[in-house]
Design a protein around this ligand. Structure first.
Ligand SMILES: *Cc1c(COP(=O)(O)O)cnc(C)c1O
Length: 398
């Protein structure tokens, strides 16, 4: 008989009761170091006092009123995001897929309003992940996710990541824009070359097409900048954000330059929950922390520290890991043996890591991770790697 909770996930048999910072305790009292952050989402860790207080205070006043009325918390959050980024205006929603769906609609509508409705196609990348709605699945382009769900939404073309010639080849009279993750997260923690991002900006300007950046996983400080495209010294035209933006409270956003934002006039797009007072109170509390002086520099420092330890571990255990990669606190270890085996060995040591495509073990600790947490996490990872290396050499001897 099917369980009451629909079994569409392969869940680990762990249930958590409470957390504090980077640590989680199971209902049966075991303690784990969370280097997955609920898939790069609990950016302030667990039970962060400022975020908890902001949510509790707002919940005690008013949670939801709908977008039929003004929402001061959303106006404030939008203004702060505008002040901190390239964007002139922000649309709020509830998830990453919804943010990308909104971004795709905004890009198409802006082209249509500019008198070029025939320009509706997007160039996307192999290994991308943009979400699970029908349009974002088409943008993702992974046939495993598309199978059995009917005709694929029209207008998404895929080319190899970090390959500018392939991009240039694909641009045609129907091209609306390019959608790219500055670091492919689900695809295996694969950073775009900085020059590739700069070249994408240039080619969009050259052809008058729109540069859309999916920063759902990379944004809100994850890579040590507020948004990862800043590392390349460029700005997109439109951008999606979610995951860490609410610190674990569901929130997503589309940030855009005025020229594109103005395409979503009243009646063109909307949501019931999106940007409600409670979600935006959470978003504002996250920004209080992430935009505090020195916070992002600390993310950079801690990311570099963890990365150098991962480099050492990869070199120590060549039968387990090929190499380390990533940006800031979005890091990956390309595995030699199946990633799931390494992940299970980590859990046995008390370390929660997540997997990603391309046989990568992904580490995305909360941005508030401490040096002591990093030290302990590295020790657990090293013990897990040693066990995996032992089982690899036993298997080789047989
Ligand atoms: C997680 C993710 C999404 C989808 O976000 P959901 O909140 O799961 O809908 C989209 N794009 C990227 C880059 C992501 O990492």
């Amino acid at each position: 008989m099917i369980p009451a909770l629909l079994p569409n996930y392969a869940r680990a048999d762990l249930a958590f009761e409470r957390g504090e910072g980077a640590w989680l305790w199971t209902v049966d009292g075991r303690r784990f170091l969370d280097f997955g952050s609920g898939i790069a989402t609990a950016s302030l860790g667990h039970a962060h006092p400022h975020l908890v207080q902001a949510i509790a205070d707002q919940a005690g006043k008013v949670m939801h009123t709908s977008n039929l009325y003004r929402i001061p918390q959303a106006e404030r959050l939008a203004q702060r995001l505008v002040d901190a980024t390239f964007a002139d205006s922000v649309f709020f929603c509830n998830s990453g897929a919804e943010a990308n769906e909104g971004m795709i609609k905004m890009m198409r509508r802006a082209m249509s309003d500019a008198g070029k409705p025939e320009r509706f196609r997007f160039i996307c990348f192999e290994g991308a992940f943009h979400g699970r709605t029908l349009a974002t699945l088409a943008a993702t382009g992974n046939h495993h996710y598309l199978e059995g769900f009917g005709p694929v939404v029209e207008g998404f073309d895929h080319v190899p990541f970090n390959n500018m010639n392939a991009v240039r080849d694909k641009i045609g009279p129907q091209t609306c824009g390019i959608i790219v993750e500055p670091v492919q997260g689900e695809g295996g923690v694969r950073p775009a070359d900085m020059q590739f991002l700069r070249d994408l900006r240039a080619v969009c300007d050259e052809y008058g097409i729109i540069l859309g950046m999916d920063e759902v996983q990379t944004g809100i400080g994850r890579t040590g900048k507020l948004f990862a495209h800043e590392w390349a010294g460029i700005t997109p035209d439109v951008m999606s954000s979610a995951k860490g933006i609410g610190g674990g409270f569901p929130l997503g956003a589309v940030l855009a330059k005025e020229q594109y934002a103005k395409a979503l006039k009243p009646g063109t797009h909307g949501t019931t929950y999106g940007g409600n007072p409670l979600a935006c109170a959470a978003g504002n509390a996250v920004l209080d922390v992430v935009l505090a002086p020195g916070f992002l520099e600390e993310v950079q420092r801690k990311g570099a520290r963890l990365r150098s330890e991962l480099d050492k571990i990869a070199a120590e255990f060549p039968t387990v890991f090929e190499n380390a990669r990533g940006l800031g606190l979005l890091l990956g270890l390309k595995c030699v043996m199946p990633q799931g085996q390494v992940q299970a060995a980590c859990v046995a040591e008390g370390l929660m890591a997540i997997t990603a495509g391309d046989n990568v073990l992904r580490l995305a600790p909360p941005l508030v991770v401490t040096d002591s947490d990093i030290e302990q996490g590295v020790a657990m990872l090293r013990r897990a790697a040693a066990k995996c290396a032992g089982s690899a050499s036993r298997a080789a001897a047989q």
